[in-house]
Design a protein around this ligand. Sequence first.
Ligand SMILES: Cc1cc2nc3c(=O)[nH]c(=O)nc-3n(C[C@H](O)[C@H](O)[C@H](O)COP(=O)(O)OP(=O)(O)OC[C@H]3O[C@@H](n4cnc5c(N)ncnc54)[C@H](O)[C@@H]3O)c2cc1C
Length: 398
Amino acid sequence: MSTHHQIVIIGGGSAGITVAARLKRAGASDVAVIDPSDVHYYQPLWTLVGGGRARDAQSVRPMSWVIPRGVHWIHDSVTGISPESCSIALASGDTITYDRLVVAAGIQLNWDGIPGLADAMGHDGMSSNYDYYLAPKTWENVQRTRSGTAIFHMPAGPIKCAGAPQKIAYLAADYWREQGVLDNIRKIMILPTPGMFGVKVWSDVLVDVAARYGFEVHLNTVVTSVDAAAHTMEIKNNETGETQTLPYNFAHMVPPQSAPDWLAATPLVDADSPFGYMAVDKFTLQSTKYPEVFGLGDCTNTPNSKTGAAIRKQAPVVVENLMATLKGGVGSGHYDGYASCPITTSRKKLLLCEFDYDLNLRPSLKGVDQTKEIVDYNRFKKVGLPRLYWDFMLKGRV
Ligand SMILES: Cc1cc2nc3c(=O)[nH]c(=O)nc-3n(C[C@H](O)[C@H](O)[C@H](O)COP(=O)(O)OP(=O)(O)OC[C@H]3O[C@@H](n4cnc5c(N)ncnc54)[C@H](O)[C@@H]3O)c2cc1C
């Protein structure tokens, strides 16, 4: 069966739903969202779930609740896109055609990207906040750990919320401090980057935070394999080439990430991206190859930090520019790379890092020095940001 919609959005995640709501507000009459998932997640809360500060159920709602009124929901998976014929192939065998397409398909978690990781994941002290079902396990493991070696890992390559691998490290360490067992635990952080963060002012603060808890930080380092049976992992310093085998009693692991395979196989791909991301103009968010196609969120090759906060600024740009093309014009929407990363540095404090493509600081809290840790974030991160997300961003109001 083939069906036509004026505007089709692939993905009903943070980006897809926000754009759908904004398109309806802008007067678009025929909008469809394709997504196979029955539920929609507010993923930033998974950090707090793993850190014992929130419950998993608070991060999920039925997809039917978040699809904006008047938007068609096509409950199916996209398997391919033929931009030359403006058509989309679905897993059911149906075809959808469009006048305009928005690709918001999110990122793919490659659990097989590190040999042994998939086998070890979820067992014997290893978990990940990057999955709804595994985040509660992180908290179980944090509480169970009283001694031994704890490893916190970030993979190479772009990932969503690059601050999340560190956030859980500090939440766990602060809990162990409260429990009086911090010094009994060897705490190791493995980062592929040359520094703790891409912006120097916050990188310097994080050096102090990690030292405060006694972390051994391995920079420029990756995990090359995990041995589930032996409870060890192999690490390699990419600068020196040195390798080591580390034992673990606790491990928080983040899988390598890429664009979804089916998206990387379409003509929309950035051929220069080793991770298969979709090619868009980084300011207009329009496909560099097909003017009737736009893309935003985690699946594109824009060099911003992949966060929901970035999507909040990208969505109005996509809507403005897409609607302008429907009237035969060119939109003036311009995305400057804004992203925000609230890094929890303890169970009460956070660093609110906000910056753009040029790594300029973009603070949004008036009268607050955001280069320092903000004390008592609980209301902000646990109550304020989720409310901003569910009640305002997903409804196209901010
Ligand atoms: C642990 C963690 C902590 C985070 N912390 C923060 C934070 O503090 N602040 C922040 O701003 N961001 C944070 N993020 C990042 C943020 O959640 C993501 O950047 C954001 O959700 C990306 O939105 P998206 O719409 O691009 O992708 P998603 O929200 O992942 O949505 C993608 C959608 O595409 C659908 N889809 C997939 N395949 C197909 C297909 N074949 N056909 C149709 N649909 C498909 C999926 O079902 C999904 O609904 C965090 C993420 C994690 C995991």
